[in-house]
Design a protein around this ligand. Structure first.
Ligand SMILES: Cc1ncc(COP(=O)(O)O)c(C=O)c1O
Length: 379
């Protein structure tokens, strides 16, 4: 049987990982500034994380959501405290798309409406509703396209005010756009979204799947704007690689039995993985590290004249490269053994573990210096 070939793959086979490094089957070491697409939050194979999952697996790995699972409550409590959302509810699922799918469904259950406002360059996942609110027609099938969605340019207040109406079910926006190329949302724009949602009865959904869990330096990126969404979706960094997602739900929204559900969501292994992540974020003060190392990277990258529009918050950083440097990502990987992310052909994204050290960030900056000097771009 062949695999259904939908991914473009590097010819690299990682077999081992620790902290911010990976090793392939040939024994070559790689510095990881990609985090498996913003997933590795506390570092690969962190001992607290490995111990928690191993010990749990020896007790009980799975049952179902038809019995008591105190680990779910423990996770909700710890997450509420660390995120500042103690009074919100938690619904657990398995991925980012699923979290968004559930958030959209809940919004529509609450106000009985269908229309959703999303933003240009958004990415919210590949399931039916999540892909319908994703601004990439290539991955939206005719079946998905049946949803009622209006796309508005990001940070365009006038366009948004025109789009939102009394029949809008929800507005969905990323804390910081990830796949679209690390595009920051203005605080004022988010505050306007909050205000207009309140006025029209639409629900505000903050997709923090990529920008959440400390990556921006705050637990959620939208917290820079001082607003509270009705629904917050999370996944990626939540389990440091173990598949787990969730929705934080405003106390204004009351659940009814059967409203949402999942077989795997909130299983024992996912809960202990997520608890270990929160413990390490807290005890190792990873949000503080994210701000320090992130600011160092932003400052130093801005010093490279060949790079354009260096942007980001914490360890969610993007920059554009001119056409002469289109192969920068490939060269960093093949010549310097450094993983980075991309968006389109001219944007590089950095999404490392929140435990990336300053020394490791300098390793990357030195490699950048070498590549850029070799190219003599901008001289
Ligand atoms: C902002 C955002 N939302 C949702 C998703 C979908 O998450 P998943 O791939 O876990 O379904 C992604 C994935 O890249 C994302 O970046």
């Amino acid at each position: 049987m062949n695999l259904f070939n939908v991914y473009s793959l590097f010819d690299i086979t990682p077999v081992k990982a620790k902290g911010s490094y990976l090793w392939d089957d040939k024994g070559d070491q790689y510095l990881d500034l990609y985090g498996g697409h913003a997933v590795i939050s506390i570092g690969h194979t962190h001992p607290v994380y490995v111990k928690a999952i191993t010990e749990q697996l020896q007790k009980i790995g799975f049952y179902s959501n038809s019995v008591q699972n105190p680990l779910q409550k423990k996770l909700a409590e710890r997450l509420g405290k660390l995120s500042g959302y103690v009074d919100y509810y938690l619904f657990l699922c398995n991925s980012g798309a699923e979290a968004n799918e559930n958030a959209l469904k809940l919004a529509s259950f609450v106000n009985k409406r269908k229309k959703v406002i999303a933003f240009n360059k958004s990415f919210h996942g590949r399931t039916s509703g999540a892909v319908a609110v994703t601004d990439n027609p290539k991955i939206v099938s005719p079946f998905n396209a049946a949803h009622e969605v209006v796309f508005v340019p990001l940070n365009d207040e006038e366009a948004f005010e025109k789009a939102i109406t009394e029949d809008t079910a929800a507005v969905i926006i990323e804390g910081i756009q990830g796949v679209g190329g690390i595009n920051l949302v203005n605080d004022k724009f988010l505050q306007l979204l909050r205000k207009k949602c309140d006025e029209t009865g639409a629900l505000l959904i903050l997709d923090e799947v990529q920008s959440g869990y400390g990556r921006s330096g705050k637990f959620f990126a939208h917290q820079y704007a001082g607003i509270k969404p009705d629904l917050i979706t999370m996944a990626k960094g939540m389990g440091n690689g173990f598949p787990v997602g969730g929705v934080l739900i405003s106390p204004k929204i009351q659940p009814w039995i059967g409203e949402l559900g999942t077989t795997f969501g909130g299983n024992y292994l996912a809960c202990v993985a997520a608890l270990a992540v929160l413990e390490v974020i807290e005890t190792e003060k990873l949000m503080g590290n994210t701000v320090n190392v992130g600011n160092h990277l932003l400052r130093e990258l801005r010093g490279f004249s060949a790079l354009q529009n260096v942007r980001g918050k914490g360890l969610m950083i993007g920059f554009d490269v001119p056409d002469e440097l289109k192969d920068l990502r490939k060269r960093l990987l093949l010549e310097h053994k450094i993983f980075t992310g991309a968006s389109g052909s001219n944007t590089i994204r950095l999404l490392p573990s929140l435990a990336l050290t300053k020394r490791q960030s300098d390793e990357f900056l030195e490699a950048m210096q070498e590549v850029l000097e070799g190219e003599k771009v901008g001289e």
